[in-house]
Design a protein around this ligand. Sequence first.
Ligand SMILES: [Zn+2]
Length: 225
Amino acid sequence: MLKEIEMLVQGYEAFRDSYFNGDNGLYEKLVAEGQKPKILMIACSDSRVDPAIVLGCQPGDLFVVRNVANLVPPCEESDQGYHGTSAALEFGIKALKIKHVVLFGHTRCGGIQSLFEVTQKNKERLSFIEKWMEIARPAFEKVQQQHIHSSLEDKMTTCEQYSLLHSLENLMSFDWIREKVEAKQLFLHAWHFDIQTGLISAHDSHINVFKPLVQETLQALHAKT
Ligand SMILES: [Zn+2]
């Protein structure tokens, strides 16, 4: 068997031993009661930023959407095209009644990086990524205008954070999200994970800065609720 697949089988066997062969009981509960995740997480497809691993979650804790660069598209007509992220938002918020949406961005994001690269030569091969990354273009343009003298790395980090804020705005373009947020029945969060240092910072909407997660979470949540 291929080594790569063998690794998965070993992982699966350990997982099965933990959750199904002992008296763990978690899946018994999740099957009997159905899933009741408290957090809807939108994270990047990047293999280094699995939110369940980074945030120490168990099966049933997170309802997760992962896509290139953890983007939320604006609300568009549902009969035009296919809207995977919007469908997951709809199910998580309307059917599962999740009250917290966390956008989970990260440093060294390849999707964001692609905005800074001249992709002309790869145009055909990366056409899906280019089209998808148009969602983050306003963030890219803001960085190019306002941070013209920053290093490329700093520009990309800032763009990742601006893109998170832009996705927050796009979340509010869905009527059924905006109404719940305004009624304080739904709370939106933008977190940014630095994969070099391990630091997660969270956007504080009161002062419009990203602050270390531990402080933000408790203070901002108390202020909002
Ligand atoms: Zn990424």
